[in-house]
Design a binder for this molecule. Structure first.
Ligand SMILES: [Zn+2]
Length: 760
């Protein structure tokens, strides 16, 4: 049902019903990429598909997969992979395990103590809870640590650095506090943990502690576990701090870690951090923070512990010793294939990781059980006579947690095949109750909106689309954003950053990808702790697996509709519209930076900072900076013009096809599909981004200094963020060239489509 009006009161709806004829349910317009008859058949199969996934089965899968800790290298990780393999095989998939050998450090020695002004020895342990049956599997649990931190034995005064992100260091500078020779304590949040360690090291710190503040995911948010879902005082967030310039095995950057690939020596790896790091609980952080003196922390830096947050340095002196076993571990990707029919050489790929930090119920098994029920349902449909037009490849990745190891190594091992055969990649990871969340390539935006309009949310009985529209309007910050959510035909999807297994598909190769999950209502603070387990998930995650079933239905419909389409349902008009906003954001950013820098320099020069400074709490004025130059955005604007025309011409050709009396034969569409597959690859550049050659995509990348967050037009934006204006200018023509290449492929697709439809 096409909806563009906002949700209004009943009276208004009733009035509208008289004003406009209402389309009856059985005259659905054909699906994009489908002839009328194929569309009808597809909708029937999709309905059958959506009836199959079972919440009860998902609960049993989760019970099995989370019964013991299953991190990389553990016996149960391998056991799970073998069990997953058997399930896929039983459902009629041609499945195998693909192993890789990767560097995976595990803790050998961890010690953290305050030696002055009072002594305190940190626990670095998460206590088991009697009510939670798997929390006591202590002998199998990985201790609390951050993988890929450096070995070290260091002592220094403690400095509190808030979230430890770039603007926090600028603030420290103004406060006159240096972290050189100190041990930095930062809190989790506002950026990826690896960035916190990297920045601490770049500023001369000897070591880094990262703790979970109760203001972010503990008692000040809600009741703590097991009375509620939030992080208890000794709960610790484990996690990788690998430098993500090269995801995957640190010893074989950019290459698959298979026999025959030369490995770097450990000391030559560039992705291992330079200083030791430990994640700690707020139970362990509180005594340390309480002994820091010096300046009181700025308002925005204060967390929820019952103490006055101060910055230091010292007098708290901390000794930390961290040693890892730098061993190779074997990881086990489970790859399951369901052969397609007449377009079997085109692959639709779906993945979710299976490894965890400990028992990992929410992360990642809540997504994995959805994937499993999709696979079982496709097996059932196959028995009923359905064959996907394209081949489905279902992947249960290992080694995601340490650094996207399983997916990255697999993508690196199959790079050429993927370029030749992959159509799209659909990823999920954690799943909870609430709203549809989508980050994706924008050529998939219209397609995903279409599926969201066809599936109903079980809590409200609104469509996923309608419910998401509601939340988009409610949470929009400006009237313009609210109006856009009301009036734009499609809801915008976010750009893909980093943080799960889509990254190698999207950023390294350029395959259109989507990362999808439900959330917004499930709350909690058990992320990467021993408490993320079956007991927690079945009480606070998604009791009854209502949204895990919904994820199966949603993802399965996306996979199926993409696999069965006669013509790949890529749309370039939403893509172009998104690129337009990216370019205009860059222009606004430059203008803002110019204005801000000019004003700040002026205030420094006229002595404003001095005039307002409290001499008892002095704050250094910010440094005088070069005002950013005017940029020549013409190459990008010209490329956008070209892209816009190409996208419109393709859309017009699709409209002609839709209105034509006859739909072309599948074989006539082969060439068009092939070109559509090439179109997104055209956005990559073999040289990659400046300083990050593994990241080939010129349109989407995660930020080098934010981690998770996406940086659209990354070559330009990242350079601007670093205030490297010359580099930013030099990247504009490169990004423009990627868009022009894309437009060229779209034009070829338009011509091929016209030819296929028998038009001159
Ligand atoms: Zn995960």
């Amino acid at each position: 049902m096409p909806i563009s009006a906002p949700q209004r009161g009943l009276t208004l709806l009733a009035a509208l019903a008289f004003a406009y004829p209402i389309r009856s349910a059985d005259t659905n317009p054909p699906l994009d990429g489908y002839s009328a008859s194929a569309s009808q058949t597809e909708r029937e199969w999709e309905q059958k598909f959506r009836a199959i996934p079972s919440s009860e089965r998902q609960q049993e899968y989760m019970r099995r997969l989370t019964a013991r800790p299953h991190h990389v290298g553990s016996p149960y990780d391998k056991d799970n992979a073998e069990w997953l393999l058997k399930q896929f095989q039983a459902w009629g998939f041609d499945a195998h395990i693909e192993p890789f050998d990767v560097l995976f450090p595990t803790p050998k020695e961890r010690r953290l103590e305050m030696t002055a002004p009072v002594k305190y020895r940190a626990q670095l342990e998460e206590p088991p809870l009697a009510i939670d049956p798997t929390s006591g599997q202590t002998h199998e649990q990985l201790p609390t640590y951050n993988a890929y931190g450096a070995d070290g034995d260091v002592t220094g005064p403690l400095v509190y650095a808030n979230y430890g992100m770039p603007d926090d260091y600028e603030e420290l500078e103004r406060l006159g506090v240096s972290v050189k020779g100190a041990i930095v304590i930062t809190r989790y949040g506002h950026g990826w943990r690896g960035v916190k360690v990297k920045l601490a090291a770049e500023h001369g710190a000897l070591g880094c502690l990262i703790y979970s503040d109760p203001g972010d995911d503990g008692y000040s948010r809600g009741e703590t576990y097991p009375q509620g879902p939030f992080r208890p005082s000794q709960g610790v967030q484990r996690g990788s701090v690998m430098d993500t310039d090269y995801p995957g095995d640190p010893l074989t950057p950019g290459k698959p870690s298979i026999p025959g690939t030369p490995r770097l020596a450990l000391k030559d790896s560039t992705t291992i951090q330079k200083i030791p790091v430990l994640p700690i609980s707020y139970g362990d952080a509180q005594p340390l923070l309480a002994e820091i003196r010096g300046r009181v922390a700025p308002r925005g830096w204060r967390g929820s512990l019952p103490l006055t947050y101060r910055i230091g340095p010292g007098p708290a002196i901390v000794h930390m010793k961290v040693l890892s076993n730098w061993d190779q571990s074997r990881i086990y990707d489970v790859i399951a294939r369901l052969d397609g029919g007449d377009m079997r050489d085109e692959w639709v790929i779906r993945g979710n990781h299976h490894d965890a930090w400990v028992n990992g119920a929410e992360d990642p098994i809540s997504g994995q059980v959805a994937l499993l029920e999709e696979a079982r349902a496709f097996g059932e449909l196959k028995k009923q006579g359905w064959t996907p037009r394209r081949t489905l490849i279902y992947c249960a990745w290992d080694g995601e947690e340490p650094g996207l190891l399983g997916s990255t190594e697999w993508v690196e091992a199959h790079e050429q095949e993927l370029k030749d055969h992959a159509v799209a990649y659909f990823n999920s990871d954690t799943n909870g109750r609430g709203f549809l969340g989508v980050d994706a390539s924008h050529v998939l935006e219209k397609f995903i909106n279409g599926v969201a309009r066809d599936i109903h949310d079980p809590e409200t009985d609104l469509t996923l689309w309608k419910r998401l529209q509601g939340s988009t309007i409610a949470e929009a910050h400006t009237p313009e954003e609210k109006n856009e959510a009301r009036q734009r035909a499609d809801l915008r999807v976010g750009a893909l950053g980093d943080g799960s297994d889509y990254a190698p598909f999207m950023h390294h190769i350029g395959i259109p990808s989507a990362d999808i999950g439900f959330g917004g209502e499930t709350e909690g603070g058990i992320y990467h702790s021993i408490y993320d387990d079956f007991y927690w998930y079945t009480h606070y995650g998604d009791p009854g697996f209502v949204y895990c079933r919904l994820l199966s239905q949603t993802m399965g419909t996306l996979v199926m509709r993409m696999a069965d389409a006669e013509l790949l349902p890529f749309d370039f008009t939403d893509f172009t519209d998104t690129i337009r906003t990216y370019i205009s954001n860059l222009q606004k950013l430059v203008k803002n930076q110019q204005d801000l820098t000019r004003e700040r320099n002026r205030e420094v020069e006229e002595g404003t900072y001095k005039a307002v400074d409290d001499p008892t709490k002095p704050l250094k004025p910010p440094p005088v900076r070069t005002v950013p130059p005017f940029f020549n955005f013409a190459p990008l604007e010209n490329a956008l013009e070209v892209l816009d025309r190409s996208a419109d011409a393709y859309a017009a050709q699709i409209a002609r096809l839709r209105n034509a009396s006859a739909w072309p034969e599948d074989t006539a569409l082969d060439r068009v599909n092939h070109l559509l597959m090439q179109s997104s690859l055209a956005l990559t550049d073999p040289e990659g981004l400046p300083g990050r050659p593994w990241f080939k995509n010129q349109i989407y990348a995660p930020g080098a200094y934010t981690g998770y967050e996406a940086k659209p037009l990354p070559g330009v934006l990242e350079a601007m963020d670093r205030k490297d204006w010359d580099l930013a200018q030099s990247q504009i023509p490169r990004a423009a060239a990627a868009l022009t290449r894309e437009a060229g492929v779209i034009d070829q697709a338009t011509a091929a489509l016209s030819h296929a439809a028998g038009q001159p």
